[in-house]
Design a protein around this ligand. Structure first.
Ligand SMILES: C[C@@](CO)(OP(=O)(O)O)[C@H](O)COP(=O)(O)OP(=O)(O)OC[C@H]1O[C@@H](n2ccc(N)nc2=O)[C@H](O)[C@@H]1O
Ligand SMILES: Nc1ncnc2c1ncn2[C@@H]1O[C@H](COP(=O)(O)OP(=O)(O)O)[C@@H](O)[C@H]1O
Length: 284
């Protein structure tokens, strides 16, 4: 066996994120709208017969055995009982701890890609269930469609969102999701809304409940959010650190990104309703 695939692992934005409760195990229940953007890491996956999982290079600050790519590959091996192995390499573009879901997306691309290479024929539902063991955001990346999510992010309904151009700012720090969710000041009791209401969009429904706590704990993020708010409606993605604003045209997004770029790393990316991963696999 000598098959190889190079696949994208896209970023996501949380267009809105409400925290509506807390489960007995401490995890928070959310209502969120996930959308992919055309900003990707890339994974190259090569299958081989020796049963080993190799990663060609490590990510700084992430132990080999903790890397979500390695964990996803091992989980799929165990679950399927395959004797096959893989060599995996990552071209990383997405910031870690940035709220863009890069780690979860890497895990999802590993699961979906190896399912294909190892010819396991597991359904996306089964891969998503497996992926949930690795992180709450993995299932949406496995399914590959914009989604309204409830529970801890695993109860997904595919939706079609508008596809604006986003100016995205990275305030240069990374956020601990755990610290944000443990903060006593976090809003945990937003009134649940219906999906239909959420899809109508607009304030006050499209907000991120993590924002107040994140601004308090991380002044550089508060500064960037306040700066962007002078130009457009600004919002945090996930628990941060990245923030974004939506624009109708690429030029408008680029103009703001260029201004912001004098102070922070920035990107301009298009909103998507299907994941580039699934587009790529559809072409095989
Ligand atoms: C809130 C979101 C929205 O997209 O934020 P981002 O991570 O993307 O910023 C995610 O669902 C985050 O999911 P994920 O990234 O898998 O979270 P983890 O690292 O596993 O969470 C770290 C810790 O945060 C807490 N946690 C996480 C998710 C959740 N719904 N409730 C929680 O209370 C738990 O204590 C958990 O141990
Ligand atoms: N392959 C990976 N890519 C990114 N982060 C990873 C990976 N494997 C493990 N991690 C860990 O997961 C954490 C969260 O990563 P990431 O998904 O990029 O951020 P976020 O959840 O804020 O969007 C990182 O800080 C890192 O410690």
């Amino acid at each position: 066996m000598n098959a190889q695939l190079r696949l994208p692992a896209p970023a996501k934005l949380n267009r809105m994120l409400h925290i509506v409760g807390r489960r007995e195990d401490g995890y928070h229940t959310l209502q969120t709208l996930f959308q992919f953007i055309d900003l990707n890491d890339h994974l190259t996956l090569a299958a081989h017969d020796d049963g080993e999982i190799h990663l060609t290079h490590e990510l700084s600050g992430v132990n080999h055995d903790d890397n979500l790519i390695v964990r996803a590959a091992r989980l799929l091996q165990r679950h399927s009982g395959t004797r096959l192995g893989a060599t995996l390499s990552i071209e990383k573009q997405l910031p870690m701890g940035g709220g863009l879901g890069g780690g979860s997306s890497n895990a999802a691309t590993t699961l979906v890609g190896l399912n294909h290479l190892w010819q396991l024929h597991l359904s996306l539902d089964e891969l998503a269930r497996l992926g949930l063991q690795l992180g709450a955001d993995v299932p949406v990346f496995v399914h590959g469609h914009s989604a309204w999510a409830e529970g801890v992010g695993e109860q997904l309904t595919a939706v079609t969102l508008d596809t604006p151009w986003f100016a995205i700012i990275h305030p240069g720090i990374s956020v601990s999701t755990l610290d944000v969710f443990q903060d006593p000041q976090l809003t945990r009791d937003s009134r649940p809304i219906t999906m239909a209401r959420a899809l109508q969009g607009g304030a006050p429904e499209w907000r991120n409940d993590c924002e107040a706590v994140v601004k308090e704990r991380y002044p550089p993020i508060a500064e960037a959010l306040d700066w962007l708010a002078q130009h457009a409606s600004s919002r945090l993605t996930g628990t941060g650190a990245c923030l974004f604003a939506a624009f109708e045209t690429q030029q408008a997004a680029q103009a703001i990104a260029q201004l912001a770029g004098q102070r922070w790393p920035t990107w301009v990316a298009r909103g998507l309703n299907t994941s580039p991963l699934h587009d790529a696999l559809g072409c095989l």
